[in-house]
Design a protein around this ligand. Sequence first.
Ligand SMILES: C[S@@+](CC[C@H](N)C(=O)[O-])C[C@H]1O[C@@H](n2cnc3c(N)ncnc32)[C@H](O)[C@@H]1O
Length: 202
Amino acid sequence: MKIEQIYNEFAKTYDDNRKLFDMTDVFSSFYNRLNVKQGRLLDLGCGAGEPFDRLFVDHGWNITGVDVAKNMLELASRYVPEMKTIQSDMRDIEFVNNQFDAITSIYSLFHIPTENHLSLFKKFYRWLKPGGKVLFTYATKEYTGHNRFNGYKEFMGQELFYSHKNPQELYADLHQVGFAIESKDYRKIGGETFLWVTVSKE
Ligand SMILES: C[S@@+](CC[C@H](N)C(=O)[O-])C[C@H]1O[C@@H](n2cnc3c(N)ncnc32)[C@H](O)[C@@H]1O
């Protein structure tokens, strides 16, 4: 089943379980790094908009959320009606250069094959204003059990596609694009360990 259908089907279940993932520390450590305290955020794979987009809106930010699953966006328009939402695969969308102060991809980039990551990072770089920052969640062997992975893994009773390179290959891609790596933290949230990466466009 395609990722879009899966998230459409378990939007409600996902929503019921989302509060198990406490994002307070992730939000504050990213927010404190930002050069502007109000600006434009692009959230890719925004899901229900909770809690990240809600927190940014409450801090006065203008949000554009992109998600491939219509039912997730319906939740987002309920929880964060202030945000603009676009239903699209993040690989297919295009924005004008130098538009955003921040870009987030929270628990979503790992659903996209690694062969597409470098081209997405190049777009993130173009879309960001100078001084802008990106925060994304990256899968690693702590989650999949493999150094590199493009395959299926069970999540909430569904076989979901996950992907990752090894961290050194990820960092090489980010440097190649021109990003400076500001932080790379393994965080265990809701019982799951992922690598949380913040990069900046100098
Ligand atoms: C695990 S959820 C995370 C949602 C939200 N970021 C959060 O933290 O709660 C992953 C989201 O990414 C979306 N997604 C997966 N692949 C995508 C793609 N290629 N383009 C856009 N959205 C995608 C799914 O529909 C789903 O809403």
